[in-house]
Design a protein around this ligand. Sequence first.
Ligand SMILES: [Zn+2]
Ligand SMILES: [Zn+2]
Length: 72
Amino acid sequence: MESMTTMKKILNECCGCAVPAYPCVPSCPLREVTHFYCDKCHEEKKLYEYDGGEYCIDCIEKMLDVVEGSDG
Ligand SMILES: [Zn+2]
Ligand SMILES: [Zn+2]
């Protein structure tokens, strides 16, 4: 079972590997391309596991507490 919070979509991105009037070949790697989306901002980015979810680095950074005085 997948986590309910994981934003993941499998899309068919095939656009023209096949001859017209024939369906995409079964071996086409673009038929099932998995896309991952940040649990928080829902943008498609590189994700990191954090606190039970999957987030982009920007969202993780916002969730972290900055050490006072360390950010200039
Ligand atoms: Zn295809
Ligand atoms: Zn995000």
